[in-house]
Each structure stands twice: as structure tokens, then as C-alpha cells.
Design a protein around this ligand. Structure first.
Ligand SMILES: Nc1ncnc2c1ncn2[C@@H]1O[C@H](COP(=O)(O)OP(=O)(O)OP(=O)(O)O)[C@@H](O)[C@H]1O
Ligand SMILES: [Mg+2]
Length: 350
């Protein structure tokens, strides 16, 4: 089902990069909604526009990038038009992101405890009242002056609690470790701790487990799932991996060439994938092949260059079932099993 009261509503978002070679149309009119407490998967091959979608929400596009159309409604405010000052207040605090390849963005010269603690110094109001309380205000008679600077002890206590919350064992000791003294899995946990420090309403996790081995991967997925459930947080989980979507998400959108090709509850997507591209993704995931007519393996061909996307259905050049109409015009979004099902796909063949 599509959430009735969305926390974030993306309407017809269009994002381009203006390069010396021309306009790279990375996101081309996508719409979706994220409900409170929901975990939404965004799945698709490399270059399909997953990261650009997330960076558009946070107002963190490269200098050449621009939102050219659409709305990003968060609590009724359009983030696509919000000034940087507003976005700075929202980023990290209300919507936070674990960036793709973010482990390499940990500062190698600073202990992980200090890096987590910086979040509390930047947002003192985020301190957990159960673990020492927010920084108290200083009062002069009835006038509130400013928040008292946090003591090192207050911050240490919260950092230790947060690191043990992301299951870093012996966190009181490990908070003094530098990133290189931790394993890849522990560094990823530290990144998650930084993202969770301010108890955001939305966490965007962009391929947070790609570099990790399978056991650690599923530990991190379980950690995100628990964190989401405990805090009632909404999660946007970006991945190539349909298996991880099944483990973590309740709904998913399948992106290709800057468009949403299919959207469904995870149950519907796995029971009745409808777009030939989605079928291709399943067929290229070992153990998930659903299309018995075709040999398992990667989808033949490659993702289009977004400087010159195909004029019809962007998947048509790689689609074994494409007919003449597929090459002419992009297919409309159609409901599958009635609009109430929340299952949609863009395909002329449906
Ligand atoms: N700074 C940029 N300048 C020009 N083009 C860009 C820029 N950033 C992204 N793009 C283009 O936008 C498109 C979407 O990129 P994006 O990073 O969102 O893909 P993705 O789905 O996240 O892929 P991956 O799975 O590899 O992370 C691609 O064609 C990419 O080349
Ligand atoms: Mg990406």
C-alpha cells in the first residue's frame, strides 16, 4: 500500500547535471512517498539515479547539478525550493544519510568517539534525556540566555551509549580507536552511529553494506532494522541487491535510467514482478531467478548514457520482449491489480 500520510513526498522530481558535453538527465520525473516508520528500498543498476535522488532530497548535489522540476515535500515544506539555511537545519538532524562508500569519509586523524561526539556538539538538543538530558539552558531571571556548553563527560556518556547501541563491543574503550584500528564492519557501525546520533526522522542508507562480507552484511541489516523499529524511524535503503530489499524493506521502487519502472510492496514485487527490467534483475540474482524461459545471468547490454537516453522506454534496447511502440515513446505509469494495490509499472506490454 502507498502510505496515506507520507512523511516525505517526492513529486515528479527531475535532476540534471550541466556538463561541457551537455545535460545529463539523471532523474527524469520520479514520484514516490515515504510513510512514517516505513522502510522503502530503491533498487536498480549502476547509473540508474539512486544516489542522485537521495542527494537531491538533501540539497547536496554537485555544483553542476540542479533540480529542474518537481517537489520534495517534507512536513509540507518543499525542500526543492528551500534555502540552504533550512536544508542545513534538516540535514543530519531530521534527515540523515549514510553515504555510498562513506566508510572512507571517516576522518583518519580523529577517534571515532570524537567524530560521533561532534554530532552532539553541533546539535546539543539531540542529547538523549535518559542518558544525561539535553544541555540545560542558562537562565537570567525569566530570560533564557543560551544553552550551557556540554561537558566532556556528558558527551562521552552518550557517545559510549550510542556506540554500544550499534553493537560495537567494549564501546567505552573502542571510542578511543582511530578508524584504521577498526574492521570494515566496525567502521560501518561507527558511520551508522554518526547518522543516528540526532535520532533523525528519515535515514537514507546508500549501499551501506557493499564492501562487507556476507555475515557482517546481515548483521548491519539487522542493526538498521532494529534501529528503525525502535526509533519509529523511516528508512530509504538504496541497493543493487534484491536479497537485501527482501530482508529489510516493506516496499520498493525499481529505478532505471532516471525513471521508476516498477513500484510495489516487497511481497507483490517478489510474487509478481511485472516489468521486464525487474524480471531481468531477478534473473541476474543467484537464487532468485523467476523467469524460467530465460537463462539466469546478467541482463544483456548496458545502462544507457544519460546524456542521450533512448526516446522510448529506456529499457527497450535491452528488452527481449520490446515491440515497435516501445522504441517510440516512454510508457505511462499503470496500476497493476487496481490502484489500491500500490503496485505500478511503466511498460507498454502490460
Ligand atoms: N556530478 C555529476 N556530474 C555528471 N553526471 C553525474 C554526476 N553525478 C551523477 N551523474 C550521472 O547521473 C546518473 C545517475 O547517477 P547515480 O550516481 O545516481 O547512479 P546510482 O544509481 O547511484 O549508481 P550506483 O549504483 O553506481 O551508485 C549517472 O548517469 C551518472 O553518470
Ligand atoms: Mg549510487
Amino acid at each position: 500500500m502507498v502510505p496515506r500520510t507520507p512523511l516525505l513526498e517526492v513529486r515528479d522530481l527531475r535532476t540534471s547535471f550541466f556538463t561541457p558535453d551537455g545535460e545529463v538527465r539523471a532523474v527524469r520525473g520520479i514520484s514516490f512517498a515515504l510513510g512514517a516508520g516505513e522502510t522503502l528500498g530503491i533498487v536498480g543498476e549502476s547509473g540508474s539515479g539512486k544516489t542522485v535522488t537521495a542527494l537531491s532530497v538533501l540539497g547536496l548535489l554537485a555544483a553542476t547539478g540542479k533540480i529542474t522540476g518537481g517537489e520534495l515535500l517534507f512536513h509540507g515544506e518543499d525542500l526543492a525550493r528551500a534555502p540552504q539555511k533550512t536544508l542545513r537545519k534538516i540535514r543530519g538532524k531530521k534527515i540523515s544519510m549514510i553515504f555510498q562508500d562513506s566508510v572512507s569519509s571517516l576522518n583518519p586523524l580523529m577517534t571515532i568517539g570524537k567524530q560521533v561526539g561532534e554530532m552532539f556538539t553541533a546539535h546539543p538538543e539531540a542529547l538523549d534525556s535518559k542518558a544525561g538530558g539535553p544541555a540545560p539552558f542558562l537562565w537570567h531571571g525569566r530570560r533564557r540566555l543560551f544553552r550551557r556548553a556540554l561537558s566532556g563527560k556528558e558527551i562521552d556518556k552518550q557517545v559510549t551509549a550510542l556506540l554500544s547501541g550499534v553493537q560495537i563491543p567494549d564501546s567505552g574503550k573502542r571510542r578511543h580507536f582511530y578508524p584504521h584500528e577498526l574492521s570494515g564492519g566496525m567502521r560501518q557501525r561507527a558511520m551508522i552511529a554518526i547518522a543516528l546520533a540526532c535520532r533523525p526522522e528519515i535515514l537514507i542508507a546508500d549501499e551501506p553494506t557493499t564492501a562487507l562480507d556476507l555475515t557482517i552484511q546481515s548483521q548491519i541489516i539487522r542493526l538498521l532494522k532494529n534501529a528503525g523499529e525502535e526509533a519509529g524511524m523511516s528508512i530509504i535503503f538504496i541497493t543493487h541487491d534484491l536479497g537485501l530489499v527482501a530482508e529489510l524493506c516493506s516496499r520498493a521502487i525499481v529505478m532505471y535510467a532516471g525513471m521508476i519502472m516498477e513500484e510495489a510492496s516487497v511481497d507483490d514485487l517478489f510474487d509478481a514482478p511485472s516489468h521486464p527490467y525487474t524480471l531481468g534483475l531477478f534473473n541476474s540474482t543467484p537464487g532468485m531467478e523467476t523467469d524460467t524461459a530465460r537463462k539466469p545471468g546478467p541482463i544483456p547490454g548496458s545502462h544507457p548514457d544519460m546524456l542521450r537516453p533512448p526516446p522510448g522506454c529506456p529499457f527497450s534496447p535491452r528488452c527481449a520482449s520490446a515491440g515497435p511502440r516501445c522504441f517510440d515513446a516512454p510508457p505511462p505509469r499503470r496500476a497493476i491489480g487496481g490502484p489500491e494495490s500500490g503496485h505500478f509499472a511503466r511498460c507498454w506490454l502490460l
